[in-house]
Design a binder for this molecule. Structure first.
Ligand SMILES: Nc1ncnc2c1ncn2[C@@H]1O[C@H](COP(=O)(O)OP(=O)(O)OP(=O)(O)O)[C@@H](O)[C@H]1O
Length: 308
């Protein structure tokens, strides 16, 4: 797949605070790539460097192999929402398309098409201040894609959206990728990331922790967990073979199993005296991998540890 964006060994400090260091990843045509990490991990700093809102101290950013970034071929939904408040919806969309050198007539057609798709038909002449927060967010999303960008950067696109609007956004983001747009998406909603994205770049304290194909990452990091309902002694559960740790809440115990456990064999050796009302065995989710990272239970992987 053709590489659209390459971020290579990027570093940026604010005074004595190293916000990001040695950040490297790429985003390919037609894929949805997630950039993830706990609050303060450095996601927005990375994105702002790509967008030229700030300049890196080290490293390079290139677009289709060139270090001159054609910003008119990029669409950007920033984390900070906000469009000019007292300007009409259609006027702002055409103005922003024009800033990207996109033909006016085509922009008008696409604006109508997207306003309809996002249930905003008839709002062309409303001013932004008359719209609800979610409606204004839809207009801002349209403004990010109106000029048919080759690379689309979405910083927390789903925050503040109701479930119906969230579905609309998801569907359109998928459509854009299917039609060849390279998408870099930052989100704290792990279930959506797991559902939508092809690859991920997970960072913590400014550094890369995991980089790779979502399915490979899940296989590599997502061990099995066994949830037991029934009154059981925590220490006894902790002493069972191949149990890494136990979380207990009342009569519910979650046993996190070591890597490479064979679930069937592991189940066979459970002691008969266990109090078992219910038992389930699942792979841990991306959400839990994320919590492990935030808690420092996953250390940065070596370059190339997971093949991107
Ligand atoms: N303009 C700035 N001046 C000083 N420090 C900054 C500035 N912008 C970011 N930082 C610091 O850089 C680090 C990374 O911040 P950044 O906003 O990139 O994180 P993030 O991953 O986007 O977080 P969040 O999920 O909370 O949006 C933080 O420690 C933050 O305090």
């Amino acid at each position: 797949m053709e590489t659209k964006l390459t971020v290579d060994h990027l570093g940026k400090a604010f005074k004595d605070k190293q916000a990001i260091s040695d950040v490297s990843f790429d985003v390919r045509k037609g894929e949805i790539m997630a950039i993830l990490g706990p609050n303060g991990a450095g996601k927005s700093t990375t994105i702002r460097n790509i967008m030229g809102i700030m300049y890196p101290d080290s490293g390079t950013i290139s677009f289709s192999g060139h270090e001159t970034i054609p910003r008119h071929r990029i669409g950007y939904l920033p984390e900070e929402r906000g469009l000019y408040q007292n300007v009409k919806v259609m006027d702002i969309l055409l103005y922003l398309a024009d800033l990207k050198d996109y033909p006016l007539q085509k922009a008008r057609e696409r604006a109508h098409q997207y306003l309809k798709m996002f249930d905003l038909e008839g709002q062309e002449n409303s001013s932004i201040e008359e719209l609800s927060k979610g409606m204004a967010q839809k207009v801002q999303f349209i403004s990010a894609i109106i000029h048919e960008p080759e690379l689309l950067i979405l910083d927390e696109p789903f925050s503040g959206l109701d479930p119906v609007s969230q579905e609309l956004f998801k569907e359109e983001i998928r459509n854009l990728a299917e039609n060849g747009t390279a998408i870099l998406l930052s989100s704290h909603q792990m279930n959506l990331v797991e559902e939508m994205c092809d690859r991920l770049f997970m960072m913590h304290q400014g550094e890369r922790i995991i980089y790779g194909d979502i399915d490979d990452v899940k296989k590599r990091y997502a061990n099995f967990k066994c949830t037991l309902h029934g009154k059981n002694d925590r220490e006894q559960l902790e002493s069972l073979p191949q149990v890494e740790r136990v979380d207990q809440n009342g009569d519910t115990s979650v046993l996190y199993l070591m890597q490479d456990v064979q679930p069937v064999n592991w189940l066979k050796q459970l002691p008969e005296q266990l109090n078992l009302l219910e038992l389930s065995l699942d792979r841990i989710s991306l959400h839990e991998i994320f919590l492990d990272i935030a808690a420092g239970r996953v250390s940065p992987e070596k370059e190339g540890a997971v093949h991107a």
